[in-house]
Design a protein around this ligand. Structure first.
Ligand code: GLU
Length: 355
């Protein structure tokens, strides 16, 4: 399916958006129109451009050096329309946003139920790199990893992918992320080196998971591939494409290729709803009502199943580790377009039922 890139008023010079020359069919029934999407996006951008709350992640030294003023938004509909504004071509590290997509790959390989049994699907209620949560789950005879969207579950997910060696494991992860994004992605070397040199806590997690027999092979290999995975460079349009591939039920709207089954896409979105925004996932579900995943690089992707995905990037994070501007922008867009998955469309009353 061809993707039309529309001009958005205020789009940065860095990523000039070109109006399509081809006549475009109207959106499929139930999807927002171009005008609705564009004005919701423009409003979210303008209203939040001046927000300076929060601060860059600094526990990975290279993330502290990213320009905190960067701000971009992209929306991609299931019928392949793209809208973007701000710093839309700016590359940043995907970080934890990679986790649901690798979980989807593992569910495709290992089976949905097996992943539920082995890695768990419940919120931990703890920080993404909690060791206490691993111990508590173990004590309760639950999967020690918690779920695939916290570090324990994500490192274990990588360690459980089918791969004969470290190179094959890395290729499996990178190809998976690329299939969702609809293009070949590459790793940001500086971010990788910075994280690999400082990730002592994640090393402890990987070793603990080996001791608890959740990682079948070498835990150092799983951790290294996980660290590479988090260092993959994306822009907001890539993230929107990845989200839109889940919004369609598993088919990439650009390449037309099926990346995962509808069942796997469904369960991936369920994981994102449960644990996508760290400890604030409950508040996000309550206030915004759509599955989403954030990363400490400042990106967030949110999915309105069957309709569109919206991604935003801005490096300043709140206490939980979620980008302040990205949350506000996505909340504004989804709210304006009525995207909450919990909202029931009201029909005119048919009047009292006659028997
Ligand atoms: N690579 C990061 C870590 O393991 C990912 C954290 C995140 O984005 O939540 O600490």
């Amino acid at each position: 399916m061809a993707v039309a890139v529309l001009a958005a008023a205020g789009a940065s010079a860095q990523a000039p958006a070109q109006p399509t020359t081809r006549p475009r069919p109207p959106p499929a029934a139930g999807l927002p129109t171009d005008a609705e999407l564009q004005s919701a996006m423009q409003r979210a951008y303008t209203a939040n451009k001046g927000v300076t709350e929060g601060k860059n992640a600094d526990y990975i030294p290279a993330l502290a050096k990213v320009d905190p003023n960067l701000f971009g938004i992209a929306i991609l509909t299931v019928d392949g329309r793209v809208f973007s504004i701000g710093d839309t071509g700016q590359a940043f590290s995907i970080q934890s946003i990679s986790k649901p997509f690798v979980a989807a790959k593992l569910m495709s390989e290992m089976g949905i139920q097996q992943v539920e049994e082995k890695l768990g699907v419940n919120a931990t209620g703890e920080a993404f790199n909690s060791i206490e949560a691993i111990e508590r789950n173990k004590e309760a005879k639950d999967p020690p990893t918690g779920n695939p969207l916290v570090n324990a579950g994500a490192i274990a997910a990588v360690g459980n992918l089918k791969a004969a060696n470290a190179d094959a494991r890395w290729s499996s992860v990178l190809d998976t992320l690329g299939a969702f994004a609809g293009r070949n992605l590459v790793m940001d070397q500086e971010i990788y080196k910075s994280e690999a040199a400082t990730n002592t806590r994640n090393r402890s997690i990987a070793d603990l998971l080996k001791a608890y027999e959740v990682i079948p092979g070498n835990p150092a290999e799983a951790l290294d591939v996980y660290t590479r995975q988090c260092s993959v460079a994306v822009n907001v349009k890539d993230l929107a494409m990845m989200g839109a591939t889940l919004a369609t039920g598993g088919v990439n709207p650009l390449t037309g290729k099926r990346v995962v089954s509808p069942d796997v896409a469904e369960r991936t979105l369920a994981l994102m709803m449960t644990a996508g925004l760290y400890e604030d996932s409950g508040a996000w579900a309550f206030e915004v009502g759509v599955p989403a995943k954030s990363g400490v690089g400042g990106g967030i992707v949110a999915v309105v199943p069957g309709k569109y995905a919206v991604a935003a990037f801005s490096p300043r994070l709140d206490e939980a580790g979620n980008s302040v501007r990205a949350q506000k922008a996505i909340d504004s867009i989804v709210g304006e377009l009525g995207g909450s998955v919990f909202r029931v469309a009201q029909r005119p009353s048919p009047g009292p039922t006659r028997r």
